[in-house]
Design a binder for this molecule. Structure first.
Ligand SMILES: Cc1ncc(C[n+]2csc(CCOP(=O)(O)OP(=O)(O)O)c2C)c(N)n1
Ligand SMILES: [Mg+2]
Length: 411
């Protein structure tokens, strides 16, 4: 024995658990308008302070304040609001369809809608996103992606463009700048950096946008991506969506305790921001800033979007087992839809009546798309693609062992 105490490890714990309120002071929320906006050609090292504060534009009364306010056409904001409402309605309907056993699995982005949608509106045609399963807003923000086709994929039916080979929610829309989702977390980050580097090597003007969750930053791919992005000043936006949870694991377990995920970027020599992900105007302004840097050969930007995963991780999860049931109601950054709605009403560019009308119209649109998609089959009616499909599209000439397996299956 020595005079020293026995060594021990620290295991982070969330402050809230079922029956015990979360103390959200760990988020260190800045006031709206308080955080400076650096010039777009700022040196990465000069963003160090920005990795520990929170860029916010909308104040508690729905006013846009501070240096990150942009002259944004209210038409664009209304488009963003409608896309967020559509996404929430879409998620709610698909959740019910999963409970009705029409699809095997679903994942909502409830509470996080502003991030993907404002980001989509800040990108240009041809830019390529490498999303996770929680960025359906990137697709639903666009007019050129058919909801019917998306729902056919969720239902794994005859018209599923993925031919039943992907998990529902793992979309792939090259034409809409949406790279095929992989279930292997964090792979998107290295792919995004690689795609951005290829764009630069080719002398193209298109930029990449990579996506990762707080939990997945603990994967080695995250760090590899940061190194390559920094070394070659790749034209890429590195989005870290910190929604506080990775299934039942609190963000502190992935390394968010007493520091921030944005600080990882600065540590690697990458310009970094920490932004209120539930503030549509802040997401739009920060995305524009980062896209401007990437497009002007000023290098990558890492953005930590602070938000809250308001729903379960997926239809296979029950968050009441590990966090307070009313946690979202106490989350200090509120609801992104309510906040943008309040702002537009304060501007005189929206009203309660218009909101109600839009809600009904979008509900009808989503319901009609679902009805149309269900005509091609659902998991519940067994109207699926033939098992023969899984043998196709892999080899130009099918090898003998696969022919044999197909014969054994009798398809
Ligand atoms: C490499 C890898 N490890 C583990 C999993 C299982 N898994 C799927 S989602 C998830 C949690 C991810 O949390 P986070 O990155 O915070 O994203 P969020 O679901 O909160 O959007 C885990 C562990 C996986 N898909 N891939
Ligand atoms: Mg998470």
């Amino acid at each position: 024995m020595t005079e020293h105490e026995p060594l021990r490890l620290h295991v982070p714990e969330p402050t809230g658990r079922p029956g015990r309120h979360t103390d959200f002071s760990y988020l260190h929320v800045s006031s709206a308008g308080e955080v400076r906006r650096p010039p777009v050609d700022t040196r990465p090292v000069d963003t160090n302070d920005l990795a520990y504060v929170l860029v916010r534009v909308l104040d508690d009364d729905g006013r846009a304040v501070g240096p990150w306010v942009m002259q944004t056409d209210p038409k664009l904001l209304r488009r963003g609001l409608r896309a967020m409402m559509k996404t929430r309605i879409f998620d709610a309907r698909m959740l019910i369809a999963q409970r009705q056993r029409k699809m095997s699995f679903y994942m909502q982005c409830l509470g996080e809608e502003a991030i993907a949608i404002a980001h989509a509106l800040a990108l240009e045609p041809g830019d390529m996103c490498f999303p996770t399963y929680r960025q359906q807003g990137l697709l639903l923000a666009r007019d050129d992606v058919d909801m019917v086709e998306m729902i056919c994929q969720l239902l794994s039916n005859e018209r599923d463009p993925m031919k039943g080979r992907q998990l529902p929610v793992m979309y792939s829309y090259k034409r809409a700048g949406f790279f095929s989702i992989s279930g292997n977390l964090a792979t998107q980050f290295v792919q995004a950096v690689g795609w951005g580097m290829a764009s630069a090597i080719k002398g193209d003007t298109r930029i990449a946008s990579g996506w990762i969750g707080d939990g997945a930053t603990a994967e080695a791919d995250f760090h590899t991506a940061l190194t390559f992005a920094h070394v070659y000043r790749a034209p890429v936006i590195l989005n870290v969506v910190n929604n506080q949870w990775a299934i039942s694991t609190f963000q502190a377990i992935a390394g968010g305790e007493a520091t921030t995920f944005a600080a990882r970027g600065v540590g690697c020599g990458i310009a970094s921001l920490r932004v209120d992900g539930n503030d549509f105007l802040a997401v739009y302004a920060a995305s524009q800033w980062a896209a401007g840097r990437a497009r002007s050969n000023l290098g990558p930007t890492l953005i930590e979007w602070v938000t809250y995963r308001a729903g379960p991780h997926s239809t296979s999860d029950d968050p009441s087992k590990y966090r307070p049931a009313d946690d979202w109601a106490h989350f200090p950054l509120g609801d992104p839809i309510a906040r943008l709605k309040q702002h537009l009403i304060a501007l005189g560019a929206w009203s309660e009546q218009e909101h109600e009308h839009a809600q009904k119209e979008l509900e009808a649109q989503v319901a009609a798309a679902q009805k149309e998609a269900e005509r091609y089959g659902t998991l519940a009616d067994g109207h699926m693609r033939s098992a023969a499909e899984m043998f196709k599209d892999v080899y130009k000439d099918m090898p003998e062992h696969l022919r044999r397996q197909r014969r054994q299956l009798g398809v």
